[in-house]
Design a protein around this ligand. Structure first.
Ligand code: GLY
Length: 386
């Protein structure tokens, strides 16, 4: 898919990433990292029994490192990467057994680990894990509002989150599409499409931007209100949320062929492209104030994946627009925010979880995951995870 003029840059960049991954994977072969501290991966693989979603083994990002290893296995054919990937997959069994801390992000956790393993190797244990996770996701569906409940309530919670759905879930529901395709049971697809239809109706604004959180009445299913969530404020435009919407609707289109999903993915993509800053570096929120200004490299990387996939669905003229926007985002990251050194563990340096958290602009594992995914897509050798 890469164009002639970008092929040298792409070749050099993928080689740097692969060299780095060979070194990092050995250092982190018994970890499930989320971030790096002073250049060294942290580790979330301990079986933290509390429901604190952001500390231990239940953390929603715990599938990405395994997924990066499966990408490397697919790219190189080297068994060592599969062995390292399986460390994450086996550690995540604790969650399936203990259950209580699991949330809608089972898609992010089990598609890049168990389902990737099954798709690449046919492992029956991995298939069972994937189907188990899909059943947990389907069971979070609220038929009154036709949405999948996102998060559980925290033990010390002020909010009641039973009626909350979030845009991010569009990248979890491919787990349901996979389970439906695998078992030939359409229940899974029906749950996924009913959720996607609700999101299309209540999350996507007229200008093509998307909301992060929408709350529904859990008995009547009516929409109550929306929240700014991880963005700047209610009514603002959290950039990673825009990318979950763009890439997520595209995935629903790929799995169902429903034209409305493709149209919605394009609408969000056009909004996103119109807001890419001149330098190609993406802020946390397109409507954040000038000060304090924070970057979120994860949004640039995820958007590049979505735009590259969109370019495959478009005619000549639009194909070029999507391709050029994706390459602009990736080159901006490469030139400004990437660390390709083999002595440190992370690649993207300026990722941000949410606008109002205490820390900003630090490495986050899914930034590196989607950056790699985008590079391999451009190269024409990606392993399709979703
Ligand atoms: N899915 C949570 C996030 O994007 O931060």
């Amino acid at each position: 898919m890469v164009r002639e003029k970008d092929s040298v840059w792409l070749g050099e960049t993928t080689e740097k990433v692969k060299r780095k991954m060979r070194a990092v994977s050995e250092r982190s072969c018994r970890k499930i990292p989320y971030t790096s501290i002073n250049g060294v991966h942290d580790d979330r693989s301990g079986a933290d029994k509390s429901f604190s979603e952001d500390l231990g083994i239940y953390w929603w990002t715990n599938g990405f490192w395994g997924g990066m290893m499966w990408m490397m296995y697919h790219e190189t054919g080297e068994q060592r990467f599969a062995d390292i990937a399986r460390f994450s997959e086996e550690k995540l069994d604790y969650c399936l057994q203990d259950f209580y801390g699991l949330h809608h992000d089972v898609g992010f956790m089990y598609l890049p680990t168990a389902v990737a393993d099954y798709r690449l190797t046919g492992s029956p244990d991995s298939r069972r894990r994937g189907l188990h996770a899909a059943n947990i996701l389907a069971a979070r569906f609220n038929p009154a509002g036709k949405f999948i409940r996102a998060w559980n309530d925290r033990e010390d919670a002020k909010e009641d989150r039973r009626g909350w759905a979030i845009i991010d879930c569009l990248l979890n529901i491919p787990l349901l599409y996979w389970a439906g395709e695998e078992t030939k049971d359409p229940r899974f697809k029906h749950v996924a499409t009913m959720h996607a239809d609700t999101v299309m109706k209540h999350f996507v604004r007229a200008d093509g931007s998307v909301r992060h959180i929408v709350e529904f009445d859990t008995e009547t299913g009516e929409m109550i209100r929306d929240y700014g969530g991880q963005g700047y404020e209610t009514g603002s435009s959290w950039t990673r949320g825009q990318t979950w919407g763009m890439y997520g609707f595209l995935m629903s289109y790929f799995h169902t062929g429903k034209q409305e999903y493709l149209d919605t993915a394009r609408k969000i993509a056009h909004y996103f492209m119109a807001n890419i800053p001149e330098d190609g570096l993406i802020p946390v929120d397109f409507r954040q104030p000038a000060e304090p200004f924070w970057y979120d490299d994860t949004a640039g990387a995820i958007a590049a994946c979505g735009l590259l996939e969109l370019s495959k669905t478009a005619g000549e003229y639009e194909k070029d627009i999507y391709y050029r926007a994706a390459v602009k985002l990736l080159k901006a990251l490469c030139e400004n925010h990437c660390d390709f050194s083999e002595d440190t563990d992370s690649i993207l340096l300026k990722c941000t979880g949410s606008y109002h958290e205490r820390e900003h602009e630090y490495p986050i594992i899914y930034g590196d995951f989607f950056f790699m995914e985008a590079l391999f897509k451009l190269k024409g050798n990606d392993y399709f995870m979703w």
